[in-house]
Design a protein around this ligand. Structure first.
Ligand code: 4AD
Ligand code: MG
Length: 462
């Protein structure tokens, strides 16, 4: 017999038919005559109930089927006699694939803390919460590709190992095959990377943008979707050392086109989740955050506020609030400021533009005021910055001037600068932090709980 997934069984039940299901035992209860097993196979948050007539099975086998065990069960699909489910399976044969020692299984009981589950990250997929989170994460990844594919964007794979620091923040993980105990050195004592694998200093990418720009300036509209790495020592519920980013880059878009795309894109993704993940979202709304569905609908149905940085600073300095980080024109906004604007002042997502050039990356297009750049950050309730982007400086001379001002080594940037020499064009792009999106969509509160294997300072266990 062919195996049927639980999701399919529940969505179009063929009562009276013989079925075969395979999965992991969530709970087992009953008495000496009859045993009820709730089986989950990951295809849906819902379990299928198995009804086992004790007399028809080997006693030892039934004893070995405990929470966490993996079994294959065949039987007849029937209308349920009990409450809580509409159908169940009257088991006729059970095969035990993998026992799960009840004494040792960490998830034997329910109601573990998120911290405990993080320490058991290899098993947390077996819980309802993490099952829901990772099915939603999958749906969002799929929707991202669908969105851009439908719009004619080209998915461009940018390198994971690079020689550049796109954001200029210097928070990079080195990639090397040199002997760390005894690396070759230059006369001045610095490490000589000439004999390293790539013959130069390399690192894990912090962003695919610079390479993405090369694609956009010939393919027109591209997007990247890959892992990015930042060695910033930020131990917060919003930062990972390894996170996934989606970076669209578009020729002929100005900053307004860029904002329009960003707003349409995130609304599309949230709507996709509402339309396609209702069972998992319903569970998270009930168990994790009672306002989740309302918040998701609100974001989809309302326009984002668009506001200049200078105005935002006026609002923040006028606010009757004690800030941990003082604000004034020129200061970078912290999560507390971003969240105040979004959650208390405007009560909806905000797109902040025209930041001071000193706090933004070298590639952003300068405004005529000489002080600000055409940057745009999208700020979300509960999250703060979910998207960062800008219109790019397309003028070769202005870009060179800025690079010199910031003392960025020019010789490493020749390939990027060439785009401004040969057919430069106005263009824009942004980066959406995938895990921050998943945080928002699932209502989870810690970014470590929306990526299967979180990488944070002092943590790379699994
Ligand atoms: O604002 P960021 O640094 O922008 C860039 O990297 C640009 N190159 C994007 C572009 O214009 N193509 O990062 C973009 C987004 C942030 O808004 C945030 O959502 C996420 O990436 N992000 C992080 N997410 C998790 N952990 C971290 N350490 C993150 N740093 C940034
Ligand atoms: Mg940013």
């Amino acid at each position: 017999m062919k195996r049927t997934k639980v999701k399919e069984l529940l969505s179009s039940p063929k009562v009276g038919s013989d079925v075969l299901v395979k999965g992991w035992v969530r709970t087992k209860r009953g008495n000496k005559n009859i045993v009820f097993i709730a089986l989950n196979d990951g295809s849906t948050i819902n379990n299928i109930q198995l009804v086992v007539d004790v007399a028809s099975f080997d006693e030892k086998l039934l004893k070995e089927i405990s929470t966490g065990a993996c079994i294959a069960v065949s039987g007849k699909l029937v209308e349920s006699q009990g409450q809580g489910q509409s159908i169940e399976i009257n088991a006729t044969a059970i095969e035990l694939y993998g026992k799960s020692d009840a004494e040792a299984y960490p998830l034997q009981k329910k109601g573990h803390s998120m911290e405990f589950l993080r320490e058991n990250a290899h098993l947390r997929f077996r819980t309802n919460t993490f099952g829901a989170v990772f099915r939603i994460r999958h749906a969002m990844a799929f929707a991202i590709h669908k969105y851009f594919n439908d719009k004619g964007f080209v998915y461009l794979h940018t390198p994971i190992i690079t020689g550049s620091d796109a954001e200029g923040a210097g928070e990079m993980f080195h990639v090397t095959t040199l002997d760390l105990k005894n690396p070759p050195r230059n006369d001045d004592g610095s490490v000589n990377f000439g004999s390293d694998f790539f013959g130069k200093e390399t690192n894990l990418t912090v962003s695919g943008q610079l390479e993405g720009e090369l694609g956009a300036l010939s393919l027109g509209e591209i997007y990247t979707f890959g892992p990015t790495f930042r060695a910033e020592n930020s131990n917060t519920p919003r930062h990972l050392a390894e996170f996934w980013m989606i970076e669209p880059e578009m020729a002929f878009y100005d900053i307004t086109d860029n904002m329009d795309l960003a707003e349409d894109f995130v609304k599309y993704l949230i709507r996709y989740a509402l339309d396609n993940c209702h069972e998992d979202l319903g569970f998270l709304n009930k168990m994790i955050d009672n306002n989740l569905l309302e918040r998701l609908r609100f974001v989809v149905e309302n326009e984002f506020v668009r506001l200049g940085y200078t105005e935002a600073i006026s609002i923040l300095t006028a606010a009757d609030k004690k800030w941990d980080y003082p604000v004034g024109w020129g200061s970078d906004l912290q999560a507390e400021h971003e969240r105040y604007l979004v959650e208390q002042h405007f009560k909806r997502p905000v797109i902040l533009t025209d930041y001071p050039k000193a706090i933004k990356a070298f590639y952003m297009k300068q405004n005529d005021d000489g002080k600000t750049v055409k940057a745009m950050d999208v700020l979300f309730p509960g999250i703060g910055e979910i998207i960062g982007g800008s219109q790019r400086e397309e003028s070769y001379d202005k870009l060179i001037a800025r690079i010199n001002e910031l003392k960025i080594p020019l010789k490493d940037m020749w390939w990027y600068l060439d785009t401004r020499r040969f057919g430069s064009a106005p263009h824009s792009g942004f980066g959406l932090g995938f895990e921050r999106l998943i945080l928002f969509v699932t209502g989870m509160s810690n970014i470590r709980d929306v990526i299967p294997f979180p990488r944070t300072p002092k943590n790379a266990e699994f």
